[in-house]
Design a protein around this ligand. Structure first.
Ligand code: NAD
Ligand code: TYD
Length: 348
């Protein structure tokens, strides 16, 4: 095997797209998906890869040091792409400690495992996947650059910022070879329906209310998940050592406008009266400390690595809606907790 890459969080939303891209594009790499399968991790996301010879799965929690070491040994891991995390801001507000454990302690455990196992650090890469939320909140203008000072505002972004700092500290202190990317909001197939876009699609389908926080004026920069996976592939192979790359969609939307767009498109798809779904919109109490706006300047990755999004928002949102409408079983499985049965049947 040319490389033996540990991808953490591969059963989750973005991780599953990254694992699929690497397994299919690089048959000479061994891809080890390490995931402890929280509510957000579902192996059905990768059912199409099960027979691939270069794909392996390890059910391990990144908080378990011994189990991590064993995976490094068993698979002779050469590189890490780290995506495993608690990822939802609202959950971080109710349970910040869970975010400190997985995102901070878990990342440090993984850094230690890599540093210990790779006796000679030359030729090995630790790639940490992070978020633009570490930069804080923007006013109505301006963009996040790689040089923007960190200013995390939620327990989620504080935990991710902390993990980014540890990755840089390990590069500086121990000479670990690292790279970090900070990406804007992703959308697409396999996203757990607690995040805005899948939640709204799911609720429209089921005639349930569509909760819009505050006045719906907050702005997010949306990127189709497969374009993020392509960017990760480029940064992994061609990113400069110990550099940071911002990844974004050049695609800013106010939440209320996204929700209205989804209502309009879903009315057409479901043959409902125009305007029927908009009646479900309900303005609810704002999220505590709600960041106003995120927007990425992705100029560096564009100039250095030639990356830009390939899927327009019109195409991406259409594909996403179609995927959720076709995959009712997946939605039922993840929302009922039945996704765990899949693991038992296939690996248990
Ligand atoms: P997700 O919540 O869909 O998936 C997270 C995965 O990590 C799940 O499979 C879960 O089982 C696994 N996991 C959680 N805790 C673990 C632990 N202790 N040990 C092992 N596995 C564990 O998340 P996502 O949206 O796919 O995000 C993936 C990464 O990308 C995260 O690091 C997140 O911060 C980052 N990110 C996400 C977005 C976004 O819009 N979703 C944007 C930028 C960056
Ligand atoms: P979310 O998908 O949770 O991502 P993040 O908080 O990481 O940006 O939320 C996207 C935006 O949508 C954010 O401004 C909060 C808002 N939002 C709602 O208005 N209603 C909802 O039910 C959810 C989940 C989010």
């Amino acid at each position: 095997m040319e490389k033996s890459i540990l991808i953490t969080g591969g059963a989750g939303f973005i991780g599953s797209h990254v694992v699929r891209l690497f397994v299919n594009k690089y048959p000479d790499y061994r891809i080890v998906n390490l995931d402890c399968l929280t509510y957000a991790g579902n192996l059905e996301n990768l059912a199409d890869l099960e027979d691939k010879k270069n794909y392996h799965f390890a059910k391990v929690d990144i908080l378990e040091e011994m189990a991590l070491e064993k995976v490094f040994n068993d698979y002779q891991i050469t590189d890490v792409i780290h995506l495993a995390a608690e990822s939802h801001v609202d959950r971080s507000i109710t349970d910040p400690l869970a975010f400190v454990k997985t995102n901070v302690l878990g990342t440090v455990n993984l850094l230690n495992a890599a540093k210990t196992f790779w006796k000679n650090l030359e030729g090995h890469l630790f790639y940490h996947v992070s978020t633009d939320e570490v930069y804080g909140s923007l006013p109505e203008d301006g963009y996040f650059l790689e040089t923007t000072p960190y200013d995390p505002q939620s327990p989620y972004s504080a935990s991710k910022a902390s993990s980014d700092h540890f990755v840089r500290a390990y590069a500086n202190t121990y000479g670990l070879r690292t790279v970090i990317s900070n990406c804007s909001n992703n959308y697409g197939p396999n996203q757990f329906p607690e995040k805005l876009i899948p939640l709204v699609i799911h609720n429209i389908k089921n005639h349930k209310s569509l909760p819009v926080y505050g006045k719906g004026e907050n702005v997010r920069d949306w990127l189709y998940v497969e374009d993020h996976a392509v960017a990760i592939d480029l940064v992994f192979h061609r990113g400069k050592l110990n550099h940071t790359y911002n990844i974004g969609g050049f695609n800013e939307w106010k939440n209320i406008d996204i929700v209205k767009l989804l209502c309009k498109l879903m009315d057409q798809k479901l043959n409902r009266e125009p305007g029927a779904s908009e009646k479900l919109i309900t303005f609810v109490k704002d999220r505590a400390g709600h960041d106003l706006r995120y927007a990425i300047d992705a100029g560096k990755i564009h100039k250095e690595l030639g990356w830009k999004p390939s899927v327009t928002f019109e195409q991406g949102i259409e594909k996403t809606i179609d995927w959720y409408l076709k995959n009712e079983d997946w939605l039922e499985s993840v929302t009922s907790g039945d996704y765990q049965k899949y693991y038992q049947q296939h690996y248990g």
